[in-house]
Design a protein around this ligand. Sequence first.
Ligand SMILES: [Zn+2]
Ligand SMILES: [Zn+2]
Length: 717
Amino acid sequence: MMCFKFFSCRQIVLKVFLVQFLASLQTFAAPSPIIKFPGDDTSFTDKEVALHYLNKFYGCPKESCNLMVLKDTLKKMQKFFALPETGEIDQKTVEIMKKPRCGVPDVANYNFFHRKPKWGQKNVTYRILGHTPDLDEETIDDAFFRAFKVWSDVTPLKFTRIMDGEADIMINFGRNEHGDGYPFDGKDGLLAHAFAPGPGTGGDSHFDDDELWTLGEGQVVKVKYGNAEGEFCKFPFLFMGKEYNSCTSQGRDDGYLWCSTTYNFDEDGKYGFCPHELLFTLSGNADGAPCKFPFTFQGEKYDSCTTSGRDDGYRWCATTEDYDRDKTYGFCPETAMSTVGGNSEGAPCVFPYKFLGNTYDSCTTSGRSDGKMWCAVTKSFDDDRKWGFCPDQGYSLFLVAAHEFGHALGLEHSEDPGALMAPVYTFTKTLRLSNDDVKGIQELYGVPTDKPLPTELPPVTPMDVCNENIIFDAVAQIRGEIFFFTDRFLFRTADVRKKPTGPMLVATFWSELPEKIDAAYENPLEEKTVFFAGDEMWVYSASTLERDYPKKISSMGLPSDLHRIDAAYSFHKNKKTYLFAGNKFWRYNEAKKKMDPGYPKLIADSWSAVPDDLDAAVSLNSDVFSSGNHPCAAPWHFLASRSHVHVAGFCHDNIQTVSERSSGAHDWLEKVHAQKSDDLSKPAVFLRHGLQGCGEGEAGQQCRGPYSSCGPPLFFL
Ligand SMILES: [Zn+2]
Ligand SMILES: [Zn+2]
């Protein structure tokens, strides 16, 4: 029988104070140099990364991937990922190469797949040989069950789990070389692989257990005891007015880690204890009994879980004081502060620890160039050099399994970035098969015969920005590049004269955004990108979501009953942002961080010929684009797709004409006029589908369009 002490309040105050004190000390610590971590072989040059990648996934021969073949193979890879086909090892290409992905090659018939293999029978069996300690078994079994259901929903296939014997699809977790000649590679990089249908290893699916397996949104921690046994920790949760993102021992003097199972512990008081070897063990032969420390194993004493005596690296303990005599043992659960990768086999962080002479009370990125959080697993990294990465979002076992089972059923990688069978891992909350996935699997197995077809048609990914009717949700110039957003995809270009490349998933750059955004702009003062969807907004510095976001759009001064905005753009000359919704617009002062008085105004009153209910708006920064020798000092921009033309673009002459004729012009127009400069700014480009609208300024409009061809450049200068 276990019993735990109640929370003691005096303790809480003291501990919170202490942690804050240590945290503030750390802020003033000198920046650490970048060091080489033992057991970490993630620091390769771009060229090494590229050669390894092209060998593994594109069949470029290891010894002789020389310059000629390298260029061609690179282009093949760039085409696959809709990147500019430069044949060079450029930044965008290496960026994609470093993304976590599936271990199956992208070149058909290269390694795994020959002649469209498939299962001959409708009943396919699977067996789960091993479980990862990252998740409880029930969650793992359920993830695999749901992953198979993804495919059985759209085919006549039926999947049955068997508990012993040889199944068609044998599922296991492994590290590094795990018995099939296709080794995994530690944390990140390769996540899993699967063999195409066939006898023997055919259909088998392997998952890299150096990854942190979750449901994609951080550790999944099922609590024990407390008053919420069996429920999951809710991260973050609120305790004594402070948010916690992981289990904590705050408020307890016994060191046991606990978490709240609802957001507000202060109000709800629902809690449980986080998995820990002193609470219970997994598998083994002791029926889940907790570890007994110290225990004796082969004559030696152990004070903590160990990997001794095993070659698979899993941590275990004896459940009596003498393993040699009693032979009872169990595997140690991942505790809340278990590490991933590194050189410590998942041992938990030890706080505080010493690193290059400084003391750290939490995970840190110090010493690393890749920004990954890590910690030491002994009191001193300097002495022991034992470390691991701190838990992050992890990878969704369900999503990765659904992808691997696609291979196990005979599918290869898809060039459609919206497809489940795309090789790169991208987290999504709600998995939707794309049309490409469904067509592929139904080509092999046909449509379901004994169950109703799903009512919703699978989404088709817009693959060609010029030749498909694409309605853009948002357009924004971000760090010099123009991004076009449509549903969960984007196209982008750094050169307005060139056709944008894509599609790519929005989540590849901004993973927390919802599936469809309404508007986006770059903050002209802080180089931050702002996204809108529904009544919420997200602010990013590069790819990192700012703290406390998403927030309500009313926090910007928009009405609290406004359900969404249509379009937004920021004008770089006056540093003000224009926000459009329905027939109105607002002007936001980025410097003062508040809405300008006198707004909203009617679009029709201020922007002649600009329609209501916009799809998108963008104002391009002329400092970034030079107009070349075009007769206009400022470029004309025409945005066109085959049947929807949504255009606007003006030479500065037109603006001056406009502003001369108009009274009460926008301040930016006045400014343009006052400058009398040749280097004048451009107005915004407004987009609305089904309309050939364009417009600029308050009183006038000049419209050139429609342009019915995209061909080939999307923009004309
Ligand atoms: Zn794959
Ligand atoms: Zn394998």
